[in-house]
Ligand binder design. Structure first.
Ligand code: UDP
Length: 384
């Protein structure tokens, strides 16, 4: 089966890291078409995955843009669709990994008559999307042969917005568990943070990822240090400045480190005592939560969206209301009070997550679904 993957981003966000792991399984029979050049292209190349940058500059439409902005970008989108039509004739299937890839892929698939699969990594609701973009995404996704939702939460939001339940399957992100067990014992010393209790936060810097909530929580936890890993990937510079101002105003300077984007988060995650996930809106999946479990770390997550599906029964107790800094601080304190108990729960979660989110099992599920799409399309042809 030859697959044309499409993704709008040049940067490695969660959806792109998920795509990387899926595309690895089709290395010799796929190409990834990107609508923007950037570090994600290099990452794909590092893994010997064929990649083509299909557009010279990023499409300016955002999730919350109006239909007017959408129309003004047509001059850019039409040549892109023409290019995708041309390329897709050499592939069996178009796999759109992001909303803009869905728009381009859906229109191209009409002409090239290749089946379309949409991997849904978003909660399709007006909290994140403008009404016009939401309607467009649902209408085009409904034309796909298959929608792969990254959680029940994403699936439910899609169906509530008018998505067709009968074409929608939930497949969680996959991970390579062994990778998350690698430790680097010198990191604490390098950071000058020996003997501190470190809470790690691993996310791009963005208001809805809630780094400000953890900063606020620190004011109630005087002997806790926070390490923030991640950068503003999509132009959230104002928020970055706001975070630095907040550190100054709350006089947290010696208890906070911003380490920027790291291509491998594992050694830093392993160096933390506890991981906090503080998204203020429902997370569609929340890769960081699974990664923290795979590292065997006690993990506090915001009680919304995909997070509720990822954690095991015992870890449920550690979920806190989204956006509530006081509850977050209380939970950090509570976990520290029974540290041995917390470590036991975290180790149990590590074993369960290693099984439940194992990349080989997840890739098998995806392969079966794609094979079914091809078989439904050409019942007499054997799909390899
Ligand atoms: N991540 C990373 N480097 C960083 C910060 C984050 O590689 O400096 C990774 C993180 O480990 C996770 C992904 O980016 O795999 C973020 O995915 P998630 O689902 O948590 O959030 P998204 O960015 O997709 O909203």
């Amino acid at each position: 089966m030859k697959i044309l993957f499409l993704d709008q981003s040049g940067k490695s966000g969660g959806a792109e890291l998920c795509l990387l792991d899926i595309a690895k399984a089709y290395q010799k029979q796929c190409v990834v078409g990107l609508f923007e050049d950037g570090s994600f292209r290099s990452l794909l190349e590092e893994h010997q995955i064929p990649v083509q940058v299909l557009s010279r500059k990023p499409i300016q439409v955002r999730k919350d843009s109006s239909w007017r902005t959408g129309l003004s970008s047509l001059g850019q989108i039409i040549p892109l669709i023409a290019r995708v039509i041309e390329i897709s004739r050499h592939y069996d299937l178009i796999y759109a990994n992001t909303p803009k890839a869905l728009v381009v892929g859906a229109l191209a698939s009409l002409v090239s008559r290749r089946p379309l699969v949409y991997h849904l990594h978003d909660i399709l609701s007006t909290e994140h999307f403008s009404p016009a973009n939401l309607r467009l995404a649902v209408t085009l996704a409904n034309r796909s042969a298959l929608v792969i939702a990254n959680s029940q939460a994403s699936r439910s939001a899609f169906v509530a917005a008018g998505g067709r339940p009968e074409i929608t399957e939930v497949v969680y992100n996959g991970f390579q568990p062994d990778h998350y067990r690698i430790e680097n014992h010198s990191i604490r010393t390098e950071l000058g943070l020996e003997n501190r209790f470190i809470v790690g936060h691993f996310s791009r810097l963005s208001p809805w990822k809630g780094q400000h909530i953890l900063l606020e929580a620190l004011t109630h936890c005087p002997d806790v240090t926070a390490v923030f890993v991640g950068d503003a990937l999509f132009g959230e510079q104002v928020y970055v400045e706001q975070l630095h101002r907040q550190v100054e105003e709350l006089e947290l300077g010696d208890r906070v480190r911003f380490l920027g984007f790291q291509s491998d988060v594992v050694p830093l995650m392993q160096a933390c005592d506890l991981i906090a996930h503080t998204s203020t809106a429902a997370e569609p999946f929340g890769r960081v939560i699974v990664e923290a479990m795979l590292c065997g770390k006690p993990t506090i997550a915001a009680k919304a969206g995909g997070a509720l599906e990822l954690v095991n029964h015992a870890m449920n107790e550690w979920l806190v209301p989204a956006g509530d800094a006081t509850q977050l601080a209380k939970m950090i304190h509570q976990i520290r009070q029974d540290w041995q108990g917390a470590i036991a729960i975290a180790h149990q979660a590590q074993t369960q997550a290693s099984d439940r989110f194992h990349i080989s099992q997840i890739n098998q599920q995806i392969h079966q679904l794609l094979t079914q799409v091809m078989q439904d399309r050409c019942p007499l042809k054997q799909v390899v």
